[in-house]
Design a protein around this ligand. Sequence first.
Ligand SMILES: O=C(O)CCC(=O)C(=O)O
Ligand SMILES: [Fe+2]
Length: 353
Amino acid sequence: MPTPAYFARAPPFPPFIPTATLPTLSLAQLQSNNASESTSLYAACISHGFFLLDLRGVSSGEALLRSAELMFDLMATTFGLDQSILEQYPIQPPASLLGYKRTGVMRNPDGTPDAMDVYTISRDDMLGVPGAQRRNPTPIEEKRGDVATFFTQASSVVAGVLTHLEAHLGLAPGTLPALCSPDRPSSTVLRLLRSEPRPEHDLRRITLPGHTDIGLITLLFHVCGGLQILPAGRLESHDNWLYVQPQPGCVLVGLADTLVEWTAGILRSGLHRVVSAPGDQARVTRFSMAFQVKAERGATVRRLVGGRIPRLGVGEVEDERGVEEWAAWRGAQIFKGALRPETRGGRTVGEDR
Ligand SMILES: O=C(O)CCC(=O)C(=O)O
Ligand SMILES: [Fe+2]
């Protein structure tokens, strides 16, 4: 992400560090229903839970890139506001994670504080879902139109990805996009993320601890490195985490926990975290943006019925909890140490196609 112009402003990603090998798929090819591109997408969603999506070469992708660049500009302006202004829009956990979270209020597994400023914007708020309107800092209020356009464009790219997934899963066309439609209330958000450069002695501190995303799909827009993934099957030790190298014109697509639940573990959600950017990139402020698509309000984590999704086995009990309740429960279990954040899914069912 975003465009080459944005990449030209940042120091280069260093050439000789180990990075995750993720496939790069083309939105243009996916939109023209190229069969091998579609198969690669499904395979990546089972084995990694991540892939890069090249948005160039097709009008909807190019338009999303331009909008993402506007959102990056808006993020710089918003985080440029005085801290005392941002503090007027605080998150209110657990009731609401919308608004501003200052750096240092979360704990890393080693007890050190996190190092990420976050401002979370609600899609419902920006698209005018009744009852969802909130007050945001002036720069965001002034750009409501651009933010709404971003949400609409990004939602449509996500719907395209879901359309390929449901075809491979053997679900009826339209099943997955209908469960996260922008017309229906949900807690779909755009997270604006900033981390400041850190002194040399502090470079090993974790910026955002390891987690899988809640919801269906995340589109991650970044320019500087810092995001790391723990490949499936690897133990969680410092050297096993691999950087993802951001690519101009591409967005990183990551699957999230609700899709693992809905597909009874066929699709994978990948464990990821943020650390200092590698090499010279560690010296600049890092901005990134996560568009996190959640299921519509009222949806449950119950597995979907149909196609290749395994039915309940003997003795298995269906989980009927609502997606929000399930996410809150999971977050609390992880917080208490009763559950470890880990990559989930990747279950093989018969022949994958
Ligand atoms: O900043 C990043 O690269 C990743 C952020 C992330 O994982 C999240 O917001 O859930
Ligand atoms: Fe994440």
